[in-house]
Design a protein around this ligand. Structure first.
Ligand code: G3D
Ligand code: MG
Length: 180
């Protein structure tokens, strides 16, 4: 019997950076204009085909507004294989917050604590590139931070215009296999 490989993916980043919008675009090919605060934990799944023809299922976890409760974050991170850090290119503080608290906390829960498990693979996404006139963060800064946190890469995306959204999820899924 052929086994289905399911990878758990978590999205991290400040409220309003576009995490839910990226998921909505990737999973449902849709962008919602009305702001909906994610309540609780929202899990959606989508199959992706990698370049080598391999298919994996991503279980995509969106933590939403409850991110301030430590106990919930703990459950959220548990067992994650992949993490996507998201910042908003029009708000400088959202990039600063990637390192601390988001990266720092992910490492506390999912660092190389277990000898048997591979470290979690990560990618950094700068979202809302369609808002070019309001851009506060140059792409170079994002690329630099991605290196500092040892992410697989940096992607400039727009959930609204569907630019580089599939690319971000696929690159992250692919990175799981680069490690094994
Ligand atoms: P979050 O899940 O990280 O909290 P959301 O963020 O996905 O809920 O998005 C927050 C707001 O940013 C929403 O606007 C959403 O429409 C907008 N947004 C998300 N991605 C993009 C993008 O790529 N470009 C632009 N221009 N806007 C984006 P509202 O106005 O509903 O608050
Ligand atoms: Mg959300």
């Amino acid at each position: 019997m052929k086994q289905k490989l399911v990878l758990k993916l978590v999205l991290l980043g400040d409220p309003g950076v576009g995490k839910t919008s990226l998921i909505s675009q990737f999973v449902h090919a849709r962008f919602r204009h009305s702001y909906q605060l994610t309540v609780g934990l929202d899990i959606s799944s989508k199959q992706v085909q990698l370049d080598d023809g391999r298919t994996v299922t991503l279980s995509i976890n969106d933590i939403g507004g409850q991110a301030r409760f430590a106990a919930i974050r703990h459950m959220f991170f548990k067992g994650a294989h992949l993490a996507m850090f998201v910042y908003d290119v029009t708000r400088a503080e959202t990039l600063d917050n990637i390192k601390d608290p988001w990266f720092k906390e992910l490492m506390e829960f999912c660092g190389r604590s277990s000898k048997t498990k591979a470290a979690i693979q990560t990618i950094l996404v700068g979202n809302k590139t369609d808002l070019e006139d309001y851009r506060m963060i140059e792409e170079e800064e994002g690329i630099q931070l991605a290196k500092e946190i040892n992410a697989k890469g940096h992607i400039s995306a727009s959930a609204k215009e569907n630019i580089q959204v599939d690319e971000a999820f696929k690159t992250l899924a692919q990175s799981f296999f680069d490690e094994i």
